[in-house]
Write a protein that binds this ligand. Structure first.
Ligand SMILES: [Zn+2]
Ligand SMILES: [Zn+2]
Length: 147
């Protein structure tokens, strides 16, 4: 975990302060993340009780298990959060809220085999996890729609 980080959305109306921000970024190519993220969704895990967010945030319950939130003024994605199921309370913040992506690095791409034909994502040392393997690790996802 890193020291306190400050972040904000594109327009600045949503301000984020977090003490317990992880140093690893995950990316997801599932259908929901592709649509919400504009082509890919990336997140950094944060300890919810260390996160303080102010401003006009709205959220959408994207599946039985999770919600996604954005700035209601400029549309920047703010968070992904599990709101039910095994991982209830797990929170990821958008790397782009922070300068230098919060000093975190990409370590994991999930639903990796679901990437579109036209693009892909690489990092310095990245695990690529297929839909099949990810859902085998997370069988509760099949209780709802994918994450
Ligand atoms: Zn904004
Ligand atoms: Zn996803």
């Amino acid at each position: 975990m890193s020291p306190s980080k400050q972040g904000h959305c594109l327009c600045g109306a949503v301000q984020v302060q977090v003490d317990g921000l992880a140093d690893e970024i995950s990316a997801c190519f599932c259908d929901l993340c592709m649509r919400f993220g504009g082509g890919l969704q990336m997140g950094i895990e944060a300890k919810p009780d260390t996160v303080r967010i102010t401003g006009p945030v709205k959220s959408h319950r994207s599946s039985a298990l999770a919600e996604r939130a954005w700035c209601d003024d400029c549309g920047s994605p703010i968070w992904f959060r599990y709101v039910a199921g095994r991982d209830h309370g797990y929170l990821e913040l958008s790397p782009g809220l922070f300068s230098n992506a919060g000093d975190a690095r990409l370590t994991r791409v999930v639903y990796a085999d679901r990437h579109p034909d036209g693009y892909w994502i690489e990092g310095h040392s990245v695990a690529h996890v297929s839909q099949r393997d990810y859902e085998a690790e997370n069988p509760h996802l099949n209780d709802g729609v994918a994450p």
